[in-house]
Write a protein that binds this ligand. Structure first.
Ligand code: TRP
Length: 442
C-alpha cells in the first residue's frame, strides 16, 4: 500500500504548528508567565525554544522521515530492537496525555456552549470560580463534553492524513491566528492594560532560579510536542525534498509567536480589571470570563476566545491520536478508520477517572495526588523528559549518519551547523533535560 503524504509544505507546517500550538500556549503559558514573574520567564523560555527546542524538533522530524514509520517502527528500523522501547514509551505517553488533554478540551466545548447561551456573562470572579468548580466536579456534564471532544478528534483523524488532518488544520490554524489577533487588540487597548504589557515584557532577573528555569524548559518541551513521537509521526508523512530545518524553524517560530500573543491577550486584560495575574490554572476559565463580563461586547469576545481555545486544543489532540493510530494501523494492518475509532474510544474511557478526580473521586489519591494530577505530573516530569532525552541520544549517537542525510537532504542542502546540532543532540539536550527532571522530582 502506498504510504500517505502531506499534500504541501504549507500543510505540513500548519499540522506541526497545530500540534505545537495548544492548550499549553493559551491556557498554561500565560498563567505560568503570571506566576513565574513575567518578562524574565518569557526570555528564558524563548531561549530554550530556539536552542534545545529547535534541535530536538529537527531530530524527531528527521527520524520520522528516515523511517517512514510510526515511532515504534521507526526506532526499530533505525536502531534495532534495543531502541524499540523508546518508541513504545512515546506511544504510551500519547495515550496518557490525550486522555486528560481531552477532559480539558471538553471544558472548552462546555464553555463555548455556556458563552453562547449567555450563562457566563456578568458574574464576578468569585461566582465564575464557583461555576467552573461546579462544572469540573460534576459527573455527567464534563464526561459528556470530554466525549464530544474525543468524537471531534476521532472524526478528523479517521479521514486520513491529507484528507482529514491537513485539510482541517489549513482552515483551523489561520482562523486561530485571526481570532487571537482580534483578542490581543481588544486586550491591549483596554484602559489600564499597559501595566500588564510592562509586567509581561520587562524582565526582573531576581525571579530567575532553578525552579523557574526548569518550569521554562519543561514548558518549552511540552509546548513543542516533543518527547512522545508526535513529530516522528508527522515527519513520517513528509516527502523527501522538504527542508526539515526550515520547517522546524517555522514551527518553533509560530509556536513562540502564539505564546507571546496569548500572553499579550491575557495579562493586559487581567491587569486592566485589577485581577490577579498569579491566579494559576483558573486564569483562562475564571479570570478571563470575569474580564469579558466587564467589557463592551464582552459576550462576543468570549465566544471568540473559547472557539479559539477549542481550535488550539483540537489541532493538538489530532496529532496525539495520530500517533497510536499510525502504530496500530501499520503494525497490525488494522484499517485506519477502525483503529481511530477503537483507540479513540479506549482513550475516552481512560480519561473518565481524570474527570471524576475533580469531584466524585477527589479523595481517591495515588501518591498523594488525585488521578488527573497524577497523570499530568507523570507525563510532565517523567515520561516526556525521558522520551526527549532518549530521542536526543539516539539521534546524536546511534542514528547520526542517517540524521545527517535527512538534515542535508542527502547532501544536496548544505547545513554548516551540522556539528553544532550533533553536539546539541549528543550532550547538551540530554544534560539539560536530565537536569530539569532532577530539579522537578527533587
Ligand atoms: N504542544 C501541546 C500544547 O501546547 C501539548 C502537547 C505536548 C502535545 N505533547 C504533545 C500535543 C504531543 C500533541 C502531541 O498544548
Amino acid at each position: 500500500m502506498q504510504r500517505e503524504q502531506w499534500g504541501s509544505r504549507f500543510g505540513f507546517i500548519m499540522a506541526a504548528a497545530g500540534s505545537a500550538v495548544g492548550l499549553g500556549n493559551i491556557w498554561k503559558f500565560p498563567y505560568l508567565a503570571g506566576t513565574e514573574g513575567g518578562g524574565a520567564f518569557l526570555i528564558v523560555y524563548v531561549g530554550f525554544l530556539v536552542t534545545i527546542g529547535v534541535s530536538l524538533m529537527m531530530a524527531e522530524i528527521a527520524i520520522g522521515r528516515a523511517a517512514h514509520l510510526n515511532p515504534i517502527g521507526a526506532f526499530r528500523k533505525l536502531g534495532g530492537n534495543r531502541w524499540m522501547p523508546v518508541g513504545a514509551l512515546g506511544v504510551i505517553t500519547a495515550f496518557i496525555l490525550l486522555s486528560f488533554y481531552s477532559v480539558v478540551g471538553g471544558w472548552t466545548v462546555a464553555y463555548i456552549v455556556k458563552s453562547i447561551s449567555g450563562s457566563l456573562v456578568g458574574g464576578t470572579a468569585e461566582e465564575l470560580g464557583q461555576q467552573f468548580g461546579a462544572l469540573v466536579s460534576s459527573v455527567g456534564e464534563p464526561i459528556f463534553y470530554h466525549g464530544v471532544f474525543m468524537a471531534l478528534t476521532i472524526g478528523i483523524v479517521l479521514a486520513g492524513v491529507a484528507q482529514g488532518i491537513e485539510r482541517s488544520v489549513k482552515i483551523m490554524m489561520p482562523a486561530l491566528f485571526i481570532l487571537l489577533l482580534i483578542l490581543v487588540v481588544r486586550s491591549v487597548t483596554l484602559d489600564g492594560a499597559w501595566e500588564g504589557v510592562v509586567f509581561f515584557l520587562t524582565p526582573d532577573w531576581s525571579q530567575v532560579d532553578g525552579g523557574m528555569l526548569s518550569a521554562a524548559l519543561g514548558q518549552a518541551f511540552f509546548s513543542l510536542s516533543l518527547g512522545m513521537g508526535a513529530l516522528i509521526t508527522y515527519g513520517s508523512y513528509l516527502n523527501a525534498d522538504a527542508n526539515i530545518r526550515s520547517a522546524s524553524c517555522w514551527v518553533v517560530g509560530l509556536d513562540t509567536m502564539v505564546a507571546v500573543l496569548a500572553g499579550l491577550m491575557v495579562l493586559p486584560a487581567v491587569f486592566a480589571f485589577n485581577l490577579d495575574p498569579g491566579a494559576g490554572p483558573g486564569l483562562t476559565f475564571i479570570t478571563l470570563p470575569a474580564v469579558f463580563g466587564e467589557m463592551w461586547a464582552g459576550a462576543a469576545f468570549q465566544v471568540f476566545f473559547f472557539v479559539m481555545l477549542l481550535i488550539a486544543a483540537l489541532t493538538s489532540s489530532i496529532s496525539l491520536l495520530a500517533i497510536p493510530v499510525a502504530f496500530f494501523s501499520e503494525q497490525f494492518g488494522i484499517e485506519r478508520k477502525k483503529s481511530a475509532v477503537i483507540i479513540g474510544a479506549i482513550i475516552f474511557v481512560m480519561g473518565v477517572p481524570s474527570s471524576l478526580s475533580m469531584g466524585l473521586w477527589a479523595d481517591f489519591k495515588i501518591l498523594g495526588l488525585p488521578f488527573f494530577d497524577l497523570m499530568s505530573e507523570l507525563v510532565d516530569r517523567v515520561l516526556m523528559p525521558v522520551g526527549g532525552m532518549l530521542t536526543a541520544l539516539f539521534a546524536g549517537w546511534v542514528a547520526f549518519p542517517k540524521m545527517a542525510e535527512e538534515l542535508t537532504n542527502r547532501g544536496t542542502l548544505p547545513f554548516p551547523m551540522l556539528n553544532v546540532w550533533k553536539w546539541m543532540a549528543r550532550v547538551f539536550c540530554p544534560l539539560a533535560v536530565g537536569w530539569v527532571m532532577y530539579v522537578g522530582l527533587a
